[in-house]
Design a protein around this ligand. Structure first.
Ligand code: G3I
Length: 370
């Protein structure tokens, strides 16, 4: 039978393309877990293509949005665990290493959290009480079931100083220590992370090293730093990636890549104009691949992914997990940020669920290292 005929027979039999490929979770056995962030359509298995890829390719899952404060705890007197219960059930059904994201963040927190009954800014004690209640309720509900929590997310500025978030302004800089302590008390066996982006840049990396050291000095057990890994084609350099892993390895913690994607689209500019035609031209320029990613870009993306995975594999004793921020290109947040409605190609599976050349390039890095 010709290859074309064979593929046609498989397609007729309803065998998905991703099922024909090696599984990432198998390719990287002995290196690290490989996972993806899921949306409700995937963990409720309504998105049959997406869920199929997750089941066959990954051994760890993260919740893209449904464990954020505004979703799980929208009002002072109301928690909403409908989605997170389903997410955890999906993870258990398929024996995934289950991640919780995220307990303390400056974003996606309802305004009530920072106000008292009079509508004024709440005081330190009041906010600490809310923080403790939130963390112990959410972590406690999934004790022994969610294996790892991103306890604090994005607490740093680009220059390595602490972000002036309501958490910092109202509680003070011990909000980090407190958050980790509450999470540890709620589930002593869960692995606790500090998670952030752009940590590959020296000033922020140094700030993150200081932050982790302070937590360690306070007796807090930090299992890992999560490098989000929202990468570009040219950034971070492989040297930056390598140096970043080394910097945290030296602190005796794991270094995990928690939100990996690679943005191939042109960077948005700051240009402001009222000229409609210019605006249209500018938008088209920033969204050049609406009809598909050209061959040369596919190759460049594959090489970029392979280069990064070569660094990750070098640190297999330190890197424990690599999680992609989405399953298929069409799921990615990069279709909507920083410009809405673009067609982005940051992941290993295309919009139809077919593995892209980057998929094979990534798998091959594991073969070379074995
Ligand atoms: O669920 C509501 C829906 O009810 C409403 O109709 C719709 C209208 O805009 O919005 C929906 O919420 C959106 C949500 O994603 C779910 O799709 C929010 O507007 C949107 O802001 C939110 O974006 C998420 C973003 O975090 C902010 O929470 C992205 O999907 C998610 O990928 C992104 O993930 C973050 C990580 O948590 C932390 N690191 C950076 C990463 C990328 O920004």
């Amino acid at each position: 039978m010709s290859i074309r005929k064979f593929v046609a027979v498989l397609a007729f039999a309803g065998v998905a393309a991703h099922a024909q490929t090696p599984a990432l979770k198998d390719a990287f056995k002995g290196f690290f877990r490989v996972g993806a962030a899921l949306n409700p359509a995937q963990f409720e298995e309504r998105d049959t293509i997406g869920a199929g890829i997750v089941r066959s390719q990954f051994n760890t899952i993260s919740p893209e949005n449904i464990l954020k404060w505004e979703v799980v705890h929208p009002r002072a007197d109301a928690y909403s665990f409908d989605a997170s219960d389903k997410y955890v059930a999906f993870g258990e059904k398929y024996k995934m290493f289950i991640i919780g994201h995220t307990l303390v963040w400056h974003s996606q927190v309802p305004a009530w959290v920072f106000k008292n009954d009079k509508g004024e800014t709440i005081d330190r004690e009041g906010l600490l009480k809310r923080l403790e209640d939130h963390i112990k309720t959410v972590v406690g509900r999934y004790k022994g079931r969610i294996n790892e929590w991103d306890v604090v997310n994005e607490a740093l500025n680009e220059d390595g100083t602490l972000r002036q978030s309501p958490w910092l302004k109202i509680i003070g800089d011990d909000f980090l220590v407190k958050a980790f302590q509450f999470a540890h008390e709620a589930d002593p066996k869960a692995e606790l992370y500090y998670n952030d982006y752009s940590v590959e840049n020296t000033p922020k990396r140094e700030g993150a090293v200081r932050l982790i050291k302070k937590l360690q000095e306070a007796g807090v057990k930090v299992a890992a730093i999560g490098l989000q890994g929202h990468d570009k084609m040219e950034w971070p350099t492989l040297e930056q990636q390598d140096a970043t892993i080394q910097a945290f390895k030296a602190l005796g913690i794991k270094v995990n890549i928690t939100e990996l994607d690679i943005d191939v689209l042109p960077q948005a500019t700051q240009q402001r104009t009222a000229d409609v035609s210019l605006s249209i031209e500018a938008q088209a320029k920033l969204n050049p691949y609406v009809n598909g990613l050209p061959e040369d870009m596919q190759k460049a993306l594959a090489k970029r992914y392979a280069d990064l995975f070569t660094v990750f594999c070098k640190y297999k004793d330190t890197v424990d997990r690599i999680t992609f921020w989405g399953v298929r290109d069409s799921d990615s947040w990069l279709n909507g940020w920083p410009i809405r409605g673009r067609t982005s190609y940051p992941l290993l599976f295309d919009k139809d669920g077919k593995p892209k050349p980057a998929f094979q390039a990534v798998v091959d890095t594991a073969k070379k290292k074995k």
